[in-house]
Design a protein around this ligand. Structure first.
Ligand SMILES: NC(=O)c1ccc[n+]([C@@H]2O[C@H](COP(=O)([O-])OP(=O)(O)OC[C@H]3O[C@@H](n4cnc5c(N)ncnc54)[C@H](O)[C@@H]3O)[C@@H](O)[C@H]2O)c1
Length: 465
């Protein structure tokens, strides 16, 4: 049986699933070959490769860097935010900029020079010019903020050429892509970090601190979402408008699971004590984009007549191996205020976001939510206490600065990164898993365990400062 995706229902495998089932990845394939051949000598190349992968899974750190020399691939809106952050950090050089939009690459390169850096080399010869950037031997980190379809190819190229890589969210939009990232990181012994900025949100980090100090008791349940009215962005003539709408035409799934799920997963020690087990998913009808396009462009406009696959509200329920439940939602196409839900429920109480509220048994009266403000002083995360002034004014309320700051610290100090390739894969996997479940009438679909069992002994993320 395909080791990574197991359907729990009774129906037959479709052609697509069978094709996917053939992809087991080099390490798994090597293991299968070994077991057929009756095992390999302990010092055979295959055994050494597997031992190295096992060591990587236990917690990978690379030798400390004297400076972090960064090559950027994709410097649109979000890439630009990161470049600004890195230009303000000690120990960082932006040495190369790659974008298919040459004027934008030149503009971003001019920021580097204004900040006192040497002019970065530009790579603007088309969609695969990132390969020339990766060939350089003076780049330590390839930072990837391209559209989704380029996430895996750029990261894999970077790791294959000996660089660490950091990628915007989601790291991959297929299970095959998730496995390629994991297996390339293990084989090349490089970092592959998904830049989930919401894990560094002030409230999210405070909740992590509350959880670590036992305020909420034993965790039972979480609620996570990406509810963000992106209708005008999806029809814009620039930036995400050029590529994001296509995914809504092609896929009925949770296309963007990581912002809500990342912080809840961190509280629940996913990949570090617990592991996502399976999910069920269903989608509402898809009306939002066609209605919006008809109103804005006219009912006969092709953008109003196209058949959108993406149900406006996708809801999944995730179960973890320790039996916890998570509601995970995605809605980018209806008129609705922004929310990531950010709810964490334990045996002693509950925290909920958007707006922030809390209820702790013994500290709250009756059935009403308590004001969270008095808790902020008690449970502010030390990273925020330390860095709030520096983060002020940076992208997405400062959390983008903190994630960039932490990435650089880890590379300079040679410690494991806060988020690693297993988090990138597990948090991105719901894209295809929800698509499979929706297509099969909400049948449960198993998560791969990207850590191959190592989640049982990997230590939880501490309160880093
Ligand atoms: N973490 C967050 O809060 C957040 C917010 C916005 C976007 N994002 C993510 O950031 C990524 C980029 O989004 P964006 O809003 O910056 O989009 P964008 O369209 O503004 O930027 C993408 C850039 O990549 C360039 N590009 C496209 N193909 C390329 C290729 N093959 N090689 C080099 N450059 C290429 C484009 O010219 C553009 O400049 C996406 O993955 C998105 O999901 C994350």
């Amino acid at each position: 049986m395909y080791p990574h995706v197991v359907r729990r229902g009774t129906g037959q495998w479709g052609r697509r699933e069978l094709l996917k089932a053939a992809w087991v990845g080099p390490a798994a394939a090597a293991a299968a070959v070994r077991s057929k051949a009756g095992g390999q000598a302990p010092d055979s190349p295959a055994s050494l490769e597997e031992a190295a992968a096992e060591a990587y899974r236990a917690g990978f750190s690379a030798p400390p860097l004297e400076r972090v020399r960064i090559g950027f691939v994709g410097v649109g809106l979000q890439g630009g935010i990161h470049v600004r952050n890195f230009l303000g950090l000690e120990g960082v050089d932006v040495v190369a900029v790659c974008d298919i939009d040459e004027p934008r690459a030149e503009e971003v390169a001019s920021w580097v020079v204004e900040a006192g850096g040497a002019p970065p080399l530009l790579y603007t010869r088309g969609e695969t010019d990132f390969k020339r950037l990766c060939e350089r031997d003076d780049v330590d980190l390839v930072f990837n903020a391209t559209p989704w379809r380029w996430h895996v190819p750029v990261c894999v190229e970077a790791m294959e050429t000996g660089k660490h890589t950091a990628v915007e969210v989601p790291a991959a939009t297929t299970l095959e892509g998730c496995w390629r990232l994991v297996e390339t990181a293990e084989r090349t012994a490089r970092h592959c970090v998904m830049m989930e900025n919401c894990n560094y949100g002030r409230s999210e980090m405070m909740v992590l601190n509350m959880v670590r100090q036992g305020l909420l008791g034993d965790l039972l349940h979480g609620e996570a979402a990406y509810i963000h009215d992106l209708r005008s962005i999806k029809f814009s003539d620039a930036n995400e408008g050029l590529w994001r709408r296509r995914h809504s035409v092609e896929r009925n799934a949770n296309l963007y699971p990581t912002h809500g799920l990342g912080p809840v997963a961190q509280c629940m020690d996913i990949n570090r004590g617990d592991c996502f087990d399976y999910l069920v998913s269903l989608s509402s009808p898809a009306r939002g984009l066609a209605k919006y396009a008809a109103k804005r462009f006219g009912a006969d406009d092709p953008r109003a007549r196209v058949r959108y696959a993406l149900g406006d509200m996708n809801s999944s329920l995730v179960r973890t191996r320790r039996g916890r439940s998570i509601l995970l939602q995605h809605d980018t196409t209806t008129p609705r205020p922004y929310s990531r839900l950010n709810l964490v429920q334990g045996t002693r109480g509950v925290f909920a976001g958007f707006p922030d509220r809390i209820f702790i048994e013994g500290e709250a009266e009756g059935e009403d939510w308590s004001d969270v403000e008095p808790y902020r002083e008690r449970f502010e995360h030390p990273l925020w206490s330390e860095q709030a002034d520096n983060a002020e004014g940076a992208g997405h309320g400062g959390m983008d600065y903190l994630e960039d700051y932490r990435l650089v610290r880890c590379l300079l100090e040679g410690t494991p990164t806060d988020m690693d390739v297993y988090d990138a894969a597990a948090l991105s996997a719901p894209v295809e898993l929800s698509e499979l479940s929706v297509a099969r009438g909400s049948e449960p679909v198993e998560f791969p365990d990207f850590t191959r069992g190592a989640y049982r002994t990997r230590p939880p993320l501490g309160i880093v400062a």
